[in-house]
Write a protein that binds this ligand. Structure first.
Ligand SMILES: NC(=O)c1ccc[n+]([C@@H]2O[C@H](COP(=O)([O-])OP(=O)(O)OC[C@H]3O[C@@H](n4cnc5c(N)ncnc54)[C@H](O)[C@@H]3O)[C@@H](O)[C@H]2O)c1
Length: 314
């Protein structure tokens, strides 16, 4: 049974993953090679936990309890030597991940299960330098950002591991109050990001053709398809609407939709001009310095409202 967890990389994803497991009572070793990130990460986790307390999602006692379950490491060996489950969240670079897994193979006990939070790299390539035995205990466990607030975790079951090992990890995610999705094919983007970017392609295309203002395009999503997506899946919605109706609409509409094989030109122009969104103050919308913190907090607050509501429908 998984008890000791090691998280590698304490950046955008790693610190949130560590926080979730620690909040659910697991001992978490958090390894980070960059001094500045390592020194600031406990403060960051503390402030996110504190925000959840202020929003009434967790009791105040959870803050200290969670923090006391996390130990920060600057050396890999001691961070993983007793691990039952290691998840890496280092930058998306094939060579980096391959080398890290190879090191882990020598440092971890035989029973340790390895996982990668990769967004796009194929599992069989990341595990190329691993022993055959360890390949049967290695998988993708893909979280969504912000990791401490978004329930989904996509867990790979690509045929390289036993049902028993997979179920051990599946149980772990259930105990951490995540919504694990079993992914059966090693396909780029797995399930959730493929659906997201199929939708995003059309959103960006609508913007480029001037079909509606940016505000109205986002409003149409939030109060239309997105509104029901939070509670009801696409296949359930199609069944409710009637598959004959969906067939008729799709036969007309699909040939009208964007089938672009690259990011939309308008977005590429913005990137070239340094308009990267919230972090630079301008993207599709504008974010003066004085409102940026508030924008982030409002985003997190809405996610917490959604999380609380989801307790009633999951
Ligand atoms: N950011 C997202 O929205 C998101 C969502 C899902 C999955 N992912 C995936 O998660 C992984 C991490 O992404 P991120 O956004 O957290 O990156 P990040 O750059 O924010 O964090 C990576 C951290 O790893 C550290 N690091 C670098 N090399 C290391 C090493 N050898 N050992 C230990 N730590 C090392 C860095 O100092 C950094 O703090 C990537 O594979 C990414 O594709 C990201």
């Amino acid at each position: 049974m998984i008890q000791n967890i090691s998280v590698l990389g304490a950046g955008t994803m790693g610190h949130g993953i560590a926080s979730v497991f620690a909040m659910h009572g697991y001992r978490v070793n958090l390894y980070e090679s960059f001094d500045k990130v390592r020194e600031g990460v406990m403060q960051q986790i503390w402030s996110e936990l504190q925000f959840m307390v202020e929003e009434g999602y967790i009791p105040g006692t959870k803050v200290e309890e969670t923090l006391s379950n996390i130990t920060i490491y600057r050396e890999l060996g001691p961070a993983v030597e007793h691990a039952d489950y290691v998840i890496e969240a280092v930058p998306e670079n094939m060579q980096l991940k391959q080398n890290l897994f190879q090191q882990l193979d020598n440092l971890c006990p035989k029973h340790t299960i390895f996982a990668s939070n990769t967004s796009s790299l194929p599992l069989h390539e990341m595990t190329a330098l691993l022993s055959e035995e360890r390949k049967t205990r290695t998988m993708v466990c893909h979280w969504y950002n912000p990791a401490h607030l978004i329930p989904i975790a996509e867990l790979s079951h690509f045929g390289n591991m036993s049902e028993e090992v997979f179920n051990e990890v599946y149980e772990l995610y259930l105990r951490a109050e995540k919504q694990p999705v079993k992914v059966l094919k090693d396909i780029p983007g797995l399930i959730a990001n493929r659906m997201l970017h199929a939708l995003a392609r059309e959103v960006f295309s609508l913007i480029e053709m001037g079909a509606a203002s940016p505000e109205d395009i986002d409003k149409a999503l939030k109060f239309g398809p997105g509104f029901r997506s939070a509670t009801t899946g696409m296949l359930e919605v199609a069944d409710m609407g009637g598959l004959d109706v969906w067939c008729t609409v799709e036969n007309t509409l699909f040939k009208e939709l964007s089938n672009s094989d690259r990011a939309c030109g308008m977005m590429q122009d913005k990137v070239a001009a340094g308009k990267l969104g919230l972090k630079t103050g301008e993207g599709f919308f504008s974010y003066p310095e004085e409102i940026r913190e508030q924008v982030k907090n409002d985003f997190n607050r809405r996610l917490i409202i959604q999380l609380k509501a989801s307790r009633n429908y999951t």
